[in-house]
Design a protein around this ligand. Structure first.
Ligand code: URA
Length: 241
């Protein structure tokens, strides 16, 4: 692939802008400036830098962010900044999208990709990808509430019950809840259905992907072919590093 085309696929701007970066000697490969937009390169595994910042070529982008509270998952946020403002421009330019959403006041694991098929597969209820939530409640949690969450609760405006795939009290007013669906405000509505109230919410895992080592707002690439993720997530293979 030609260098200018490669930069274009990685989100560094229009073809013209990519050619401009190369002409301005802002692109290096193996530590040396490359000012030839037509240089032929093998993209897989290629390391390069743009304006001094190192990048690796990725045919498809897949990353995990430790979403901070106070950010909306929308591209057009209404009341708070967007999680997309925490990503570098090339990732926004290449059209990465959040895989599902977290509320503005929820923190934790949020995946992004520019692979539409993957978004579909990971958000489809068919795939049952487990999502783990650390829930702090306003009132103490008792065994009856845990049993109800495991047995199934009826949410307001729904006619079928939803149940937690796993649920355990982790303190007097804290719970760890595993869900395999992703209904709107599901955790908050389930906790309300058992007579309690969520005071803070953190998603600690999406499949096997976690955010340990990432500060709030930080992100990292996930390894491997993104299309392996659903299988890997379900079979418990570690994905994050
Ligand atoms: N359930 C909620 O209620 N909120 C979230 O952000 C995620 C799951």
């Amino acid at each position: 692939m030609k260098l200018a085309q490669l930069l274009f696929t990685q989100g560094f701007g229009t073809r013209r802008e990519c050619a401009g970066l190369i002409a301005a000697e802002l692109v290096t490969i193996d530590g040396a400036i490359c000012d030839n937009p037509n240089r032929e390169l093998v993209p897989e595994g290629l390391q390069f830098s743009v304006r001094g910042e190192p990048w690796s070529y990725r045919a498809q982008a897949l990353l995990v962010m430790n979403k901070p509270v106070g950010y909306e998952c929308s591209q057009k946020p209404k009341h708070h900044p967007s999680v997309y403002s925490l990503l570098p421009a090339p990732l926004r330019n290449r059209g990465v999208q959040a895989i599902g959403r977290l509320d503005e006041d929820t923190s934790g694991v949020l995946l992004f990709t520019d692979d539409g098929t993957l978004i579909h597969r990971l958000t489809s209820p068919k795939h049952h990808v487990p999502k783990v939530y650390e829930v702090s409640c306003k009132h103490p949690v008792d065994a009856r509430q845990v049993d109800q969450l495991l047995g199934g609760v009826l949410l307001h405006d729904e006619n079928e019950t939803v149940r937690a795939a796993a649920c355990e009290a982790t303190g007097t007013s804290t719970l760890r809840l595993t869900l395999v669906e992703g209904k709107y405000h599901q955790v908050k509505r389930m906790i309300a259905a058992v007579g309690n109230r969520v005071s803070s919410l953190h998603r600690s895992a999406f499949g096997e992907v976690r955010v340990e080592g990432l500060t709030p707002g930080g992100w990292r690439w996930l390894p491997g072919d993104p299309l392996d993720l659903p299988t890997a997530a379900i079979s418990g293979m570690p994905l994050g590093t």
